[in-house]
Design a protein around this ligand. Structure first.
Ligand code: NDP
Ligand code: BG6
Length: 484
């Protein structure tokens, strides 16, 4: 495989919350990998900012430890790391006060690409945007990157959009959904719009149904106080699964450019039918001898928050009328597996005898692990004995087909940060898109509250509650197994 690293212009990246968990685990190790690949210009600067007592030397030590912990040993080169650490600076500041902001101003340079990563809780977004403006730190072309959760519902998302819009134009705001940075998610667009083979069949006439699964084995992992107020619907469906659904279902954009892609995604969100209660299953994991239950994990007695959700959706447009989309996501499931599966209809008439074993084609697009695509086709079983049909996979696991380098492709965060520096918003959510996603999600959550709905319990490391299996069984269909 040919690796093409396109260098970016000199930039200053300020990470508000530069000492937090996200910065330590994802952002800083990702930046190191870009540096290692030669994508970062010599004079790029990365400036961490937080309230904690620290100076630039201390921050370099902090980043050194983060890189050594979260970058594979193979890629951890001490000489390169030393050179990378020279790019780092630290400014001690309070997002809610005035302390430290003049120091950040002293470092700011409007001639360079400026990116400000808000890796802090959303309650600080407005205050930081205001101070970047007040202290004239952000130049006219500066970009801001905001993390999820982008609001808790439509009203809070709108308020957040309005507070950012006071100081930054929409083309300067990069709302992160890290699923959009995953290699296979982008490959979904290459598959759909770079081939003639699939698009003519990609509609209700030929597709029986589509399944989108994002299964995790982890529990809430010390994030209980956040998670218990969100649940799987707000934490995963409103953003990550919604984005996967949009990219799978949208019409071809006229160009692979930000507004063309985002206009098409928005049309899908707006075409989603409301979901009736019998088409949704909520679940919450039990404990066993090895792992604690959701209630203990989240330290939330008697909580009815869902750690699993499965649902059947309909998109009211010409392309998808009558083709259901089944979505499911949950924690503490059997395996870590994320995939999109397009199940085609069976041929209209079979020329073979009934028991030959003919089934429908299935295209699965695996996001993780073992990124790749797999198309199940029916062929004749080789050998004598008449016409017996078998399904064989046309497997394109990227690591097998393109070499190990493909499997080791950049992490979602590093790809997205480089897009910010390049000024490319295609893989970021627009404000109206986020609001529309909440507008669809809110009534579902409200309905649960009004009905005092309780989640069905499921065993840890299972496929989720029995009721979720029934959601497809009653339509004469079945979920793909959750298997790595
Ligand atoms: P942490 O609580 O680990 O870190 C918060 C950071 O913000 C710290 O560096 C903290 O440093 C700084 N901070 C807090 N208050 C202020 C303030 N008033 N002024 C300046 N700095 C401040 O949070 P995470 O890193 O986990 O999360 C950051 C954001 O990213 C959140 O919005 C979260 O929802 C989102 N996110 C996180 C993910 C993760 O895996 N961690 C995944 C997806 C999204 P100090 O206290 O010293 O000021
Ligand atoms: C985050 C959610 O956005 O995505 C987490 O808040 C979840 O709850 C995570 O575990 C999953 O991301 P990935 O990339 O590990 O599939």
């Amino acid at each position: 495989m040919v690796s093409r690293v396109i260098p970016v212009d000199p930039f200053d990246l300020v990470i508000f919350g530069g000492t937090g968990d996200l910065a330590r685990r994802k952002i800083l190790p990702g930046l190191y990998r870009r540096f290692l690949d030669g994508q970062m210009p010599e004079d790029a600067r990365i400036i961490g900012a937080a309230r904690g007592e620290m100076d630039t030397d201390g921050y370099r030590k902090f980043v050194d430890a983060a890189v050594r912990e979260f970058v594979s040993e193979k890629k951890c080169d001490s000489k390169v790391l030393k050179a990378f650490l020279k790019r780092l600076h630290f400014v001690q500041l309070d997002a809610l006060g005035d302390q430290g902001w003049p120091d950040l101003k002293a470092l700011s340079d409007h001639e360079r690409v400026q990116a400000f990563y808000f890796s802090v809780g959303p309650s600080l977004f407005g205050a930081i945007a205001e101070r970047l403006h007040k202290y004239e730190i952000a130049g006219a072309d500066a970009r801001i990157v905001v993390e999820k959760p982008f609001g808790h519902d439509e009203a809070t998302a709108r308020a957040l959009n309005e507070s950012l819009a006071k100081h930054f134009a929409e083309h300067q705001i990069y709302r992160i959904d890290h699923y959009l940075g995953k290699e296979t998610v982008q490959n979904l667009m290459a598959l759909r719009f770079g081939n003639m083979l699939f698009e003519p069949l990609w509609n209700a006439q030929y597709v029986d149904h589509i399944q989108i699964t994002v299964a995790e084995t982890v529990g809430v992992e010390g994030r209980g106080s956040y998670y218990d107020k969100s649940g799987a619907m707000r934490d995963m469906v409103q953003n990550h699964l919604m984005q996967l659904l949009c990219l799978t279902a949208m019409e071809p954009p006229s160009k692979f450019e930000p507004n063309a892609v985002r206009d098409e995604k928005l049309k899908i969100i707006r075409a989603l039918d409301p979901v009736s209660p019998e088409d949704i299953v909520r679940g919450q994991y039990r404990g066993n001898d090895d792992v604690v239950s959701y209630l203990e994990d989240a330290d939330a007695d008697a909580s009815t928050t869902e750690s699993f959700v499965a649902m059947k959706l309909q998109i009211s447009n010409w392309r998808w009328n009558g083709t259901p989309f089944y979505l499911r996501t949950g924690k503490r499931l059997r395996d870590r597996m994320s995939e999109i599966v397009v199940r085609f209809k069976e041929p209209p008439h079979s020329i073979f005898e009934e028991d030959t074993g003919q089934t429908a084609n299935e295209l699965s697009i695996r996001l993780q692990p073992n990124e790749g695509m797999d198309l199940k086709v029916t062929i004749k079983e080789p050998g004598l004995g008449g016409m017996r049909l078998i399904d064989v996979p046309l497997d394109m696991t990227f690591a097998d087909a393109l070499g190990e380098e493909a499997a080791d492709s950049p992490d979602a965060y590093e790809r997205l940060i480089m897009d910010v520096i390049r000024g490319n918003q295609t893989l970021f959510m627009r404000g109206d898109e986020v609001e529309a996603a909440w507008a669809w999600t809110d009534p579902i959550i409200e309905g649960w509250k009004e009905r005092r709905d309780k989640p069905a319990l499921y065993d840890p490391f299972s496929s989720g509650p029995e009721e979720a299996l029934m959601l497809l069984h009653k339509d004469g269909r079945r979920w793909r197994e959750i298997r790595e």
